[in-house]
Design a protein around this ligand. Sequence first.
Ligand code: CU
Length: 558
Amino acid sequence: MKHFFAFAAFVAGVAALPQVKRAACAGNDASDRSVWCDLDINTNFYSTVPDTGVTRTYSLTIAEATAAPDGFDMPVMQVNGQIPAPPIIADWGDFVEVHLENQVELQGASIHFHGLHQKGTFQDDGVPAITQCPLAPGDNMVYRWRATQYGTSWYHSHFSMQAWNGVFGPIIINGPASANYDEDLGSIILSDWSHITADEQQAIANTNPVISQTNGLINGTNVWEGPDGTVGKRFETVFEAGKSYRIRLINSAIDSFFTFSIDSHKLKVIASDFVPIEPYETDSVMITMGQRYDIIVEANQEPGDYWMRSLPGTCSFSDNPQNIKGIVRYDSSSTADPTNSTAATQQACHDEDPALLTPIVSVDVGDATQVENLAATFYQDPENGWFKWQIGNTTMVAPWEQPSIKSAFESDFSFTEQEAVIHLPNANQWVQLVLTQAGPFNPPHPIHLHGHDFHILAQGAGTFTNDTPLNKVNPPRRDVATLLGTGYLVIAWQLDNPGIWLMHCHIGYHTFEGFGLQFVERQDEIGDLIRGDEMSQVCDNWDSFVAEHGIVQNESGI
Ligand SMILES: [Cu+2]
C-alpha cells in the first residue's frame, strides 16, 4: 500500500502546477521563435507549464569500454556505447521517463538531470548519498520527471568520477526563444580530456592541486598530436550562407573554463542555463563547468572554413590549450583547414557580465528570512595529507548506503555534521547565501544548486562587506555561477520546492574532496514525495553489492 500512496504523491507533486492545455501545434517556426503554441517567451514558466500529455521514454545503459575520442585509446565509461551520451529531447511540459541500467563491473551509478527543477520529484534527482543509493552493478531503476523548463541542459552520472570518464549527454527541451533563428544545430558539449582516467586524475589531485589536462573535446572528438603524428578527428559542422543557427553550448569539463568562439562570427546569446535572456552580441562567451549558453550564429561571412574554438581560461591547466578546435564549413565538401593561424588569447576565468544576463521573465527577489554565510576553505586532511574543501564549517561526507532520502523516509532528520545539512523550513520564503573565499589556494569555483534557479544578487572579486550592493531587481538567474578566488557570490532563492537539494562546486576534484552542502527544504512535506519501495530496492541491492565486494567510500559520496 505504501508504494501506491507514494506513487500517488508523485503524481500529485508534479500536477500541482497550473495546467495549460497545449493546442495541437508544432511549437514555433523561423518566422517567430518567441511563441510556443498558446504560450510564449513571456510566460512565467515557474508557474505555468503546457499540458502536452506526452511521456518520452529513454533507456540508458552505463558500461565500461575502450574508446579514443581524440585518437588515443582510453578506458572510458559510456552511455549506450557513445560519448557524448545520446540526447534526451522533449517538449516543454512533457513527462520524461529514463530507464537506467548499470553494467559497470564494480561501481555504483546514477544519472543526474542537471538544472531540472524536479518539482515534487526530488527522488529523481539522481544524486547518490542524497536522493538515492548508488545503483548497484547489474541493477536498473527508473527516473521520472517533468520538463517544466525549456532550453538546454545535460545529464551525467553523479557517482564518483564517472561523469568525467564519459557519462554525460545533452538535454534539449523545445520551447520558445528570445530571438529568431533558422535552424537548431543542437548541442555542442565542451569537455577537457586527459590520457589518464578521471579516477587516476583524482588520485593525483588528492595531494596536488594542479592537474594539467592532456586535451579537450568538442562533442566528444578532437585531434591529438601524438608521437606518431596527428590522430583523431576534429568536430565539424556546416553552415549554409545566409542562414542563422542556434547552438546549445554545454560545459561538461572536470576542471576547465572555456572561451567559445567562431572566428569572424558574432555570437548572439539568448539563454543562460535554463533562463531565456535579453539577447546580447559578443565575439566570444566564457562558460564554466555545468553552465549552458544558447547562442545564435549568422552565417554571414565570406564562404570558407572557420575555426570554432574552445579555449581554456587561465585558471584551467591544459597541455594543448590552442588546439581544442572544430571547423565551421560553408561548403560540406571542403576538407581544408581554416587558414587563420592566429592563436587566441586565454582569458582570466570569470562568468559573463551579470549586467548582460537579464532574464526575459522578470522576477524580483524578496527579503530573505534566512541568511547563511559560508566560506570556502582549502586544507590538508591531517590524517592522510589529502586535499579537502570546506564550505561553511564542513567537508561533506555523505554515506552511499544511507542517503538522506532514506533517512527522511524513516522520518529521521538527525543528520551527522559531515552530511553538511542546512535546513530550509520556511515555505515560500527567501533564503540568501553569502559565499566567500579567501586563502592561500583559491581557484574560482562553479557553484551549482540542484532543484532551483538561484538569483545572483552580487558577484565579484575582493571582500564582501555589508556595504556591497545587492541587486534584487530581476537579477541574473541560473543554476551555476562562479565564486571567484578571493571573491564572493551572493545568491538567493524562494523555498517553493520541497525536497533535499545538493549544492556543490562543479569542479570534479572539488566535488570528490567534499565541496558540497545539502539543503533539506520544507522537511515536513518531504515524506509524502518518496516512493519508498523503489528507493529501498535500489538500496537493498547496493547493500548486497557492498557486502559482497567490500566497497570503501573514501570520498564525499556525491
Ligand atoms: Cu571548486
